[in-house]
Each structure stands twice: as C-alpha cells, then as structure tokens.
Design a protein around this ligand. Structure first.
Ligand code: LMR
Length: 377
C-alpha cells in the first residue's frame, strides 16, 4: 500500500486527543485535497499500543488517499524525508497553569525534535508547531534544525484566529465565514492581541465589504476589552469547563492552517494569522522571536502583510506580547542551540486545541502547491 509520490506527513504526539481528531482530516483529503498521503505517527513507548489501535481505525476508514500508516517511537524514522512535520507532542496544560509553565519540560522535547529534524529531515520540510508554549517551542525547534530554513516553520495561532472570527460573527449576528482578516498578534498566550479593528471586515453574500471598525463603532468598549479577553482566555476557559485542553478545535485549526499555508493559499484580499519567525522586524517587533502576524499564503509560502496601520492602542498591545515572547526566549536560552549531541528522545503529549468554517476550495493553484510540496524533497 506504499506510494512513492504520496505526501509524507509526520505527526508527533499522534495518540493524543488532538492527534485523534487531526488524523482523519489529514487522511480524508480535507487538507491535501485528494492527494495521496502517507502518515508517520510518532509517540512515546508508553503510548505506542494505543497508537497502534488508532492506526487500525485509520485503516478501517478505508480512506482512498491514505497510502501508508507507520507507528514509531523513533523521530529519526518519522521525520526522514517527511514533507510535512506536525509537532503536537508535548506536556499539555492543566487547570490552573499558564502555557508558559510548560516551558522547561517542553523545550527539551522541542530541542530534541529539532535535532532529529536536523539529522534526517528534508531541507524543504514544512513544520507546524502545535504544542504549548507554541511560539517558543517553534523557536527552539527551528534553532536546532538549522538545515531547514526558518521560513519553513510556523506555530499555530489559527485556533485563536477562528475563536476571534466566531466571537465577532456572534456579536454581529452573522455567519463566521463572513468575517475576514481579524488578526492575532504575538504569542499564543494570554498576552496575544486579538484584533478585529485593524483591517478586519465583513463581506456580505453579494460580496459587499464593510470594515469591522465601522460595524463595531458603537460597540468599541466590547471590541477593545471583552472580545480581547474572551479570545485571550479561551483555551483556559475550555480547560476549566471540559477538564482537558481543547482537542477538536485545535485539530481543526491545525488542519486549516496546513491547508491554507501549503495547499489552497489565501484568497485575494484575505489574511490568516500565523506565528512565524520574525527576522525582519515586521511592525516594529524586534527580530528573534516567533510572533503571530497577518499573513498571506501562496504556493506553500507565507508572507507577512506589511501595510496595515496600527492604532496606538494596538501598538501598546503588541509591545506587551512581544515582551512576553522575549522573556520566554530568555527562559529557554540555556536549553536551546547549545547541544552538539544528536541524542534524540521524545516525550509525548495528549494535549489538545475550533471548528473553522474553511471555505477554501481546491483550485489550480492548490494543485500546483501540492505538486510543489511533493516534488520539493
Ligand atoms: C488552546 O488554546 O486551547 C490550547 O493552546 C490549549 C491550552 O492550553 O490553552
């Protein structure tokens, strides 16, 4: 059942809750649009039995695009020549914790993931980091995996983006897919700035656009305070109510991020939020951290949309989240980039993370992005 032209996707922490919800979306054509896919599922030894059961279920779904499913505890096997690497494995946040409380434990995992990628992954591999603290884990991995350009990495803020879209749509009494270009700035943490007012718009069924700033003009108190707080704290609220961190919404956001970034691209005039390595000082943010910006995607690449005008209020919010990201970076500095060893071990996760109404359709551009992805190994 192997197929040499299949897109090879490695997923760490595949036996966890996010993995369980994500795998069908990778195997059923939702992300890669009926291109053949091969899944390499990575777990810690403790979770391998359960992972083997998940593999059985994947096979039992008889997905036409799924060419092979491998279960392994060895990141070198999972990452070898992988086209796409999704890093979900890490200790999940529990009630009462902040995401950054996971830094020490998860940085170790992400440096070892980076080292393994550096050994065996294709320099063209695309890497999406989901486990928390996602931005700083992504920084750790890309620092270690110096053979892969930092442009090939991103950390997930699609989840926050979808949360923001829903909150705005709900407030305006419209469908979520009519709300465009909200932006999550900064960290996937409580300091992020969910921003509806810079560039956000509503598009009617007939294609008429109205800026969210105008639509919310009589509701600015909500848009600048309550809305921001709700989105910033949504992950925590889910943990409090559900008893576990988000899984279905996190998986859906992961799938949507991959689909937009690597396959479908963004539509003309639309942006998505992606946490990417800031090497250019976009929007006055100091380089050297992974920061979420409004991005456009085309042919498997992201581009920060650079021409938005930020209000003073927004600039202040960006400073807060920027400074938290530098604090996180300083906290992991000793653990990252110092090891020359290639000792690779993994620790897993069963963490989790919205339903997104993705309306991205397969276009010719999407076909060629997927081709590009396969041919670039
Ligand atoms: C989320 O935002 O739901 C995830 O990052 C899980 C968490 O710890 O909040």
């Amino acid at each position: 059942m192997t197929n040499s032209t299949a897109i090879k996707i490695a997923i760490s922490g595949a036996a966890g809750n996010i993995g369980y919800a994500l795998l069908p979306l990778l195997a059923n054509g939702y992300v890669f649009q009926n291109q053949p896919v091969e899944l390499r599922l990575l777990e810690i030894p403790h979770a391998i039995k359960s992972l083997t059961g998940t593999r059985m279920e994947l096979l039992d779904c008889a997905f036409p695009c799924l060419t092979n499913v491998m279960c392994t505890t060895d990141p070198l096997k999972a990452f070898e020549d992988a086209n796409v690497i999704v890093l979900v494995g890490g200790f999940p946040r529990k009630k009462g914790m902040a995401r950054k409380d996971l830094i020490q434990a998860n940085t170790k995992i992400f440096t070892s993931m980076g080292q393994a990628m550096n050994e065996v992954a294709s320099p063209n591999a695309k890497v999406l980091v989901v486990a928390n603290p996602a931005n700083t884990n992504c920084l750790a991995a890309l620092t270690e995996a110096s053979c892969i350009p930092s442009k090939n990495f991103c950390a997930l803020t699609t989840l926050d983006h979808q949360r923001a879209k829903f909150q705005i749509a709900n407030r305006l009494g419209v469908r979520a897919n009519r709300v465009k270009n909200v932006t999550i700035w900064g960290n996937h943490s409580e300091t992020q700035y969910p921003d509806a007012l810079t560039g956000g718009y509503y598009i009617s069924e007939s294609g008429e656009k109205s800026s969210l700033k105008t639509l919310l003009a009589n509701d600015l108190e909500w848009a600048m305070n309550d809305f921001v707080n709700i989105v910033q704290n949504r992950g925590k609220s889910v943990i409090e109510v559900r008893g576990n961190s988000s899984a279905m919404s996190a998986a859906m956001a992961t799938a949507d991020c991959l689909k937009t970034w690597l396959v479908a691209g963004t539509k003309e005039g639309e942006t998505v939020s992606m946490a990417v390595y800031n090497d250019k000082g976009y929007y006055g943010v100091q380089p050297g951290i992974v920061f979420s910006f409004p991005c456009e995607c085309k042919h498997g690449e992201w581009f920060v949309k650079e021409d938005l005008q930020l209000s003073e209020f927004a600039q202040e919010k960006l400073k807060v989240t920027e400074s938290e990201l530098f604090e996180e970076r300083d906290a992991v500095q000793e653990l990252v980039g110092t090891s020359r060893k290639r000792s690779v071990s993994i620790v897993s996760a069963s963490s989790s993370m919205t339903t997104s109404e993705s309306e991205v359709s397969l276009s010719t551009a999407a076909e060629s992005s997927a081709q590009f992805l396969r041919s670039s190994i």
